[in-house]
Design a protein around this ligand. Structure first.
Ligand code: SF4
Ligand code: SF4
Length: 348
């Protein structure tokens, strides 16, 4: 059964009802066709937002999948892009000097590139390359290398004007209030209207307490208010650790329980370690619970064998009816408990 079409303000309503679900999809170095398929599957299943890396090729793939789903159910989740106010807003991109290529090369690098980022005489287009690495072993002369590609604050304004996302997420960390404010300034200069500006932060890897983290979030809240941005707090229980094991669900829920009485105004959303077990660790009613959840590694892992089989067949998952049907069932089974979460007395 396919999720019903949702109205334009359904994402905001879901946040107030504790039923918000976000798909985290499309960090760098992933496969563009898989990103498009993942976005299509989870949009059809009813997620309210898809969060991808702030990379033109990745955003383009996500939009393709979302548009495909919208044609079929008239619902398009928000497209959110993620950046960082720290030193890690970077990707690796392929690079080579075209003048070094022999004129009789059959150009296998071009053929294997799924992003069509390599063109004769021009080498690799940084705006199209998303760092998948396929071209590196394809070159018989070993001329292709990867280079770090940082977004940087100067480039951020232009990048946002180009990407025009519905929402934005800034990954921040304790001690980065100044960098956060400078990032906000670069975002403001883009004059791209944002439905929400999410702030993602956790405790792991930072030597601080929940009270310290709360103070950091209050300082981010003041900065957001000063720039008339509406917050959404993403509590990252287990950043970048893989989300599949049932035990990891506890980290995100524990962080939410710690921050709930201390956090600034705005919806609190779980992430990092979230999986199918998360909802069972929360109050049975959405009243007093978190605003919602983001699924990343778990959402991808459920569909990974199907994505691989579709690739082996040389098809998009969307064009393989049996695979698509299983994928949609799996996606719906993951997020349906959130979409159907009982409302508490206040939320009703
Ligand atoms: S240029 Fe190379 S690394 Fe970049 S997208 Fe194409 S194949 Fe992947
Ligand atoms: S395969 Fe290597 S030598 Fe040939 S065009 Fe590509 S980068 Fe140049």
């Amino acid at each position: 059964m396919t999720a019903p079409a949702l109205s334009a303000d359904s994402a905001e309503r879901a946040l107030t009802q504790g039923r918000w679900v976000k798909l985290i999809c499309g960090a760098s170095n992933q496969d563009l066709p898989a990103i498009a398929d993942l976005c299509a599957v989870y949009a059809m299943a009813g997620v309210h937002c898809v969060d991808v890396a702030a990379d033109p090729a990745v955003v383009h793939a996500a939009r393709e999948g979302l548009a495909w789903a919208q044609e079929r159910q008239a619902h398009r989740p928000w497209l959110m892009v993620s950046i960082s106010d720290g030193q890690d807003p970077h990707f690796r991109k392929a690079f080579f000097v075209p003048e070094r290529c022999p004129s009789d090369c059959s150009r296998p690098c071009e053929r294997v590139c799924p992003a069509m980022a390599i063109s004769p005489g021009a080498g690799v287009s940084p705006s199209l390359c998303y760092g998948c690495g396929r071209c590196l072993p394809a070159c018989p002369l070993g001329l292709i290398e990867t280079r770090e590609h940082r977004i940087g604050r100067d480039g951020l304004t232009d990048l946002l004007r180009e990407l025009r996302p519905d929402a934005l997420e800034i990954h921040t960390a304790p001690g980065r209030a100044e960098a956060f404010d400078a990032t906000l300034a670069a975002i403001g200069a883009a004059t791209v209207p944002l439905r929400r500006l999410a702030v993602s932060c956790g405790l792991e890897g930072h030597h601080c307490t929940a009270a310290d983290l709360s103070r950091e979030l209050w300082s981010r809240h003041a900065a957001l208010r000063a720039r008339a941005q509406r917050p959404l707090w993403q509590l990252d229980g287990r950043p970048m650790r893989g989300d599949v094991g049932a035990g990891t669900a506890r980290a995100a829920v524990r962080l939410w329980r710690q921050l709930r009485p201390l956090a600034p105004p705005g919806p609190l959303q779980l992430a990092g370690g979230t999986n199918a077990a998360t909802i069972d660790l929360l109050p049975t009613s959405s009243d007093g619970g978190p605003a919602g959840v983001a699924f990343g590694g778990m959402a991808r892992a459920l569909l990974q064998p199907l994505l691989q089989e579709a690739e082996r067949r040389g098809q998009r998952l969307r064009d393989w009816p049996e695979g698509w049907s299983i994928a949609l069932q799996r996606a719906e089974a993951l997020i349906r408990p959130w979409l159907q979460r009982p409302l508490g007395a206040k939320a009703c």
